[in-house]
Design a protein around this ligand. Structure first.
Ligand SMILES: Cc1ncc(COP(=O)(O)O)c(C=O)c1O
Length: 411
């Protein structure tokens, strides 16, 4: 097997995981680990949650898979109705696919074809510096420049970058953006709202995002919120876009959408975007489709997850974790090895003030320390972050915090 994001020569062995329940992963030797990052932000309601698995098991006996072009089915219809209840009110249509990269790829294609269908020349996409939107070509193009993308850069779509705003830079960024947009050639702007996940959980203010979106809307630019990481409660609201008054034209969802049970993604858009594809001309349609589009089992898992998200228990758990992180932060923020800490909802991150050697092993040493303590966390560079499933108990959270503090002391 060829594992993802892995240089096998440097990391030849993989740990066998045999089961998972709630917040716990168990390896082949029977050792337990608290899943402190919800398996890449997916299993927010806990692994193998019976409220989800039982519904998927029942659906499996009824309809497993069917072509979604020309056919429809109840799990997709019910999920769509449930999502429309919680998505920003300006969203009017849902397009299904398989993973976060395809969700953003589709958002980008929708923006480009929207103007193509209207006969407007707008070939440029804007994106934040250091954003991450996935590994397919469109998604890679709009992601921040990375050494890993070197072999592909010559094939990228046209992308220009916008710095992530800070208090001391927002005015200048707005001015530069306004001047740039006067050329009327920008189709869309894609952004991770409030938290840039792969950029080591960098956070920025909703007020700043709102001001940027105001300018972009004025120039008719299609705004695409990539909520693949932030969606479904992690920022303390259902979507990070709920913190901002100006709503995106397109929203990309995946990861926690199916609560980690099955791969699926959805790109939602406004009725206005959909209408630009609705035509007597067949070529104006959106000819994008994946074999497993709206798989009935994945839709069933997603519907169960959306229902779970809205329960009082889940909402209380989210508030409980937010408070626990805040209390923990008070105890560590002045630690001599910490540069700064930040939190948005249940996402908590700390930057260490330890210089990273170019090929240093700080990340690996921390990772190994956490695993020895029975805690699965994946530091990014010299940032440690925690993004636990909502069902993580107080005792499990304390165990994660202890592993982090002892990790700081050990390096
Ligand atoms: C914000 C964001 N967009 C897109 C993706 C890509 O999702 P996937 O790995 O499912 O393709 C990720 C993955 O981490 C992400 O964090």
């Amino acid at each position: 097997m060829w594992h993802p994001l892995t240089q096998h020569k440097l990391h030849p062995s993989m740990l066998g995981i045999v089961k998972a329940k709630g917040a716990i992963l168990t390896d082949e030797d029977g050792k337990d680990y608290i899943d402190g990052i919800a398996s890449w932000y997916t299993s927010m309601f806990g692994h193998c949650n019976p409220a989800i698995t039982s519904k998927v098991a029942a659906q499996m006996q009824l309809l497993d898979q069917v072509v979604f072009s020309g056919f429809t089915h109840e799990p997709a219809i019910k999920l769509s109705e449930a999502l429309m209840e919680i998505l920003p009110k300006n969203q009017g249509k849902l397009f299904f696919s398989d993973n976060g990269s395809t969700a953003t790829e589709i958002g980008i294609k929708m923006a480009l074809q929207y103007f193509f269908n209207k006969g407007e020349q707008r070939p440029v996409m804007l994106a934040f510096e250091n954003g991450f939107h996935g590994d397919t070509f469109g998604a890679m193009s709009v992601s921040g420049l990375s050494v890993y993308n070197g072999p592909f850069e010559d094939f990228f779509i046209q992308v220009e970058r916008v710095p992530v705003p800070r208090e001391d830079t927002i005015e200048e960024i707005l001015q530069t953006l306004e001047t740039r947009l006067k050329r009327n050639d920008v189709a869309g702007f894609i952004y991770e709202p409030l938290v840039q996940g792969a950029a080591a959980m960098q956070m920025y203010l909703p007020e700043h995002l709102e001001r940027l979106l105001q300018v972009l809307k004025r120039y008719g630019v299609i705004t695409i919120a990539d909520e693949v990481m932030t969606g479904f409660g992690k920022t303390g609201k259902n979507f990070a876009s709920d913190h901002v008054a100006i709503k995106p034209d397109i929203l990309c969802l995946s990861k926690a959408l199916t609560a980690g049970l099955l791969p699926m993604a959805i790109t939602s858009c406004t009725r206005e975007i959909y209408d630009a594809f609705y035509s007597d001309e067949i070529a104006k349609g959106f000819f994008h489709g994946h074999t497993y589009t709206a798989n009935p089992l994945a839709c069933t898992a997603a519907l169960a997850a959306v229902e779970l998200l809205q329960t009082e228990e889940t909402q209380n758990n989210i508030q409980r974790i937010i408070k626990c992180h805040q209390e923990f932060n008070k105890t560590v923020e002045n630690h001599p090895k910490i540069e700064k800490t930040r939190q948005c909802g249940i996402i908590y991150a700390m930057d260490l003030n330890i210089k990273m050697e170019r090929y240093g092993d700080l990340r690996d040493r921390l990772f190994n320390h956490f695993m020895k303590q029975g805690v699965f966390l994946r530091p990014l560079g010299n940032t440690i972050y925690i993004l636990p499933p909502y069902i993580t108990t107080d005792a499990q959270l304390q165990k994660i915090y202890r592993a982090v503090t002892s990790g700081l002391d050990s390096i």
